[in-house]
Ligand binder design. Sequence first.
Ligand code: FCB
Length: 459
Amino acid sequence: MSELTAKALELAAMTPTDFIFGAATSSWQIEGNSSTRGASIWDDFANAGRIKDGALADPACDHVSLYQTDLDLLSWLNVDAYRFSVSWPRVIPTGSGKASAVGLDFYDKLIDGLLARNIKPSLTIYHWDLPVELEAMGGWTWDGISESFAEYTNILAEKFSDRIDFWSTLNEPWVSAFLGYATAIHAPGRNDAASGFRAAYNLMLAHGKSLQVLREHSVKNAGTVLNLTSIIATSELAAAQEHIDILQNRFWLDLLAGRGVSSVLIENTKHILDWDFVDQAELDCISKPIDWLGINYYTPTRLGMAAPASAAVGQDLALYPGTPQPISFNPLPPTTEMGWEIDASSLLTTLQQTSARLPNTPLYITENGGAFPDHIIDGKVLDFDRVDYFYTHIKTALEAVAQGIDLKGYFAWSLLDNIEWAEGISKKFGIIHNDFSNQKRTPKLSAEFLRELNLGRKR
Ligand code: FCB
């Protein structure tokens, strides 16, 4: 037996029978075919040359044309579930009003294709591709945005409520608000701290209203997805650590758990905004119980005082407005191509912390994986680093289950090499290699590894 198979079977033997393994993608990162939908803020961002390697929405992975191929790859992987997102402007081309029959039909076929292959659909309603017409109204800082989101949710729920196993309202609202509005790292690129906080609140209000619509349609498993992590710092940086922990983790969990906006956050940010928009009835709406919480985990956030030698993508003090002390981000080696420290033990800390902060809520790891340089040898992609990353993180996740954490599933990021947002196509997270010149898909060693794990569990 090869070492790869032995490791896969070791994990398979640790996996509870009802635990779910899956793979994840998002619409803008893979779909392409932008001419058959409305425009999103990511199209504008890409067209303005804001993506590092100049990648554009097309062709991406041309998934709208090739979804049958991708469904077959999911079958080959033997996954239990597939997490994908719906493109808002594909379903409602101008953001509000009439739905597109062509757009809905695409997701209809995708979902039926999953069910025909006995793969549970996990649908994310919003993974960052906001229609440009809504951005023109003010985007996530606009008062009306949560109503538009509820209407969009209603269209999806009417069409798909009986066929989706897991619904997620949002993907990583922290990224939407702070990379897109507080800074200009992501679309729409506003670069205004107060707008970041306003967007953060409106995203959560949109979650609450969307959840209410999902409940009206009695959907199965309604939840949301946050990017949570453990903030590591020495004691002299305790004040910065607390602030960053609030912005990264607690703000979202506090709102979901009904604890409102933290007084420490309000104090630390009083020079930026007065939070007068916070409304008790809205807080009540946001804190209605969810059936599950998704955690996207990649790396810890390690704080230090010295300037780091190389900056990690998305680790920037401007993302945490109001931090009361000057700090730097100091990821320790080994790191991935994103500059992200590889540390599976922080996944365990994150799971423990989250289950304490939002008790009685089943958890899923909805994204985990790494960007590594791929070595293609004789047509094979031998991504040993990625195999190792999956092995150590899945093992940690399963150890967390054994310790009694209510963790019910794990999704690898990502099914395919895709457009890694502002980093473009040069940062590759896929377990399946994609040649963007001809759309040829080649499973990497990490895909073989996850397939062996899935086959081992089902034996
Ligand atoms: C997460 C995003 C996902 C992908 C990974 C690497 O923040 O949700 O789309 O870009 O990072």
